[in-house]
Design a protein around this ligand. Structure first.
Ligand code: ADP
Length: 389
């Protein structure tokens, strides 16, 4: 009797960044060979996938050829135009999430409209086309006004806080020069920022992760604290909001929802229909990581238990600094910090770029946070986040 290889579906990820890289890692224990569509062979996930297709995510030819090698196509970014996604679906390819779900995930205005239609709390906001529109918005909602690129922003790039007409004019011009459509939003006095993940199958099965606190500096997520130190009623409200969005958007795989807390109440900020930085802690801290549940969700397989298996976990991003240099040389010192797990993305270090993360699990948040910060600082070089915050 010959060995029959396991028959497993072919999953492909459009995009080959660190999210794809960690999804690949989760796929290994499920016997999956995850394919990636990469711009170049030195991208984070392309370096570790045995099935790399090279091509731009903006090219319908590259996308079609890639999709033809997959049973299910999923994504690690929002860069593929929704019109191209619809073309792929029309050609019979299975996209999870679907083109319709991705269209919402790509556009902050559509996200806000979905949330509003469900009656969920959001900051007052409106699409704006220039300085006059921004002024009208400011007259109604006051200064400062937060301007956001509807598409393509991340890590605070594409977010401007403007305090008067002159600043608004400058931001509007910059946005126009870059071909960006803007959303104006009321500036919120944020008490803390929280996030939550839902994993969902096309058939509807859904699991929801614990609510986490995210610590953002200049629009970049620096730390994630799990579970968020918030009242249980607030956490339950946040989880319920995320579940309603997952159903309304017909999500398959992971949905990440980021929220502001102001006056003790949540406001929905942003959605992502893919694994997310705020869920990296789940690799060590939860019974099933976000990456494994993304794969299970997009394959319509039973989802894994999302609950935490430790009392507390803290993830700290390793952001490149001018002095970072060779991460490999710094790694042993970071590994010497007890109980810390290091994830490096094999990306060249540039100031502010996410090049890895560390997670510490422990008995309480303060203690885990101290260890995670120490290890992240040893990796990045320079001062620990704690010293400069
Ligand atoms: P990105 O897509 O770059 O992550 P976000 O919309 O999440 O953009 O904004 C980045 C950060 O800017 C948020 O995490 C928050 O700290 C701050 N911010 C965004 N919107 C507002 C707002 N309306 N009021 C106050 N701060 C905001």
């Amino acid at each position: 009797m010959g060995d029959s290889p396991l028959t497993v579906p072919r999953v492909g990820i459009v995009g080959a960044g660190q999210l794809a890289r960690m999804t690949l890692q989760a796929g290994i224990s499920l016997g999956l060979t995850v394919r990636v569509l990469a711009n170049s062979p030195d991208e984070s996930a392309a370096l570790v996938s045995p099935a790399v297709s090279l091509g731009a995510p903006t090219s319908i030819n590259a996308l079609s050829a890639f999709a033809a090698t997959c049973d299910v196509v999923t994504f690690d970014h929002e860069l593929v135009d929704a019109a191209l996604l619809r073309q792929l679906e029309a050609a019979g390819h299975v996209l999870r999430p679907s083109a319709a779900t991705m269209a919402v995930g790509q556009d902050k205005l559509f996200q806000r409209r979905e949330a509003k239609a469900l009656g969920l709390p959001i900051p007052p906001c409106r699409p704006v086309c220039g300085t006059a529109d921004i002024l009208t918005f400011a007259e109604e909602h006051g200064w400062p006004v937060v301007l956001k690129a509807r598409r393509g922003g991340y890590d605070g790039r594409g977010v401007w806080v403007v305090t008067d007409v002159a600043e608004a004019g400058r931001a509007a011009l910059q946005a126009q020069a870059r071909g960006l459509y803007l959303l104006a939003e009321q500036w919120v006095p944020i008490e803390r920022e929280v996030a939550v993940l839902v994993a969902r199958r096309p058939g509807g099965q859904m699991v929801v992760y614990p609510v986490v606190e995210t610590v953002q500096v200049d629009g970049i997520c620096h730390e994630v604290l799990a579970p968020a130190p918030v009242p249980p009623a607030l956490a339950e409200e946040v989880r319920a909001i995320a579940c309603r969005l997952a159903v309304a958007l017909d999500v398959s795989g992971i949905l990440a929802v980021e929220l502001f807390v102001t006056g003790g109440k949540p406001l929905v900020n942003e959605l992502a229909v893919r694994p997310h930085n705020t869920g990296h802690y789940s690799i060590e801290a939860c019974a099933t990581s976000q990456f494994e549940n993304h794969l299970r969700g997009v394959l319509d397989w039973p989802l894994g238990v999302p609950e935490m298996i430790v009392p507390a976990a803290v993830m700290v991003n390793v952001l490149g600094r001018p002095e970072t240099g060779d991460l490999g040389a710094r790694l042993p010192a970071a590994l010497a910090v007890e109980g810390v797990r290091v994830h490096l993305y094999a990306k060249a270090s540039r100031p502010g770029r996410k090049i890895g993360h560390v997670t510490a699990v422990g008995a309480d948040l303060a203690e885990a946070r101290a260890r995670a910060r120490r290890a992240a600082a040893l990796l990045a070089g320079g001062l620990a986040f704690t010293d400069e915050a």
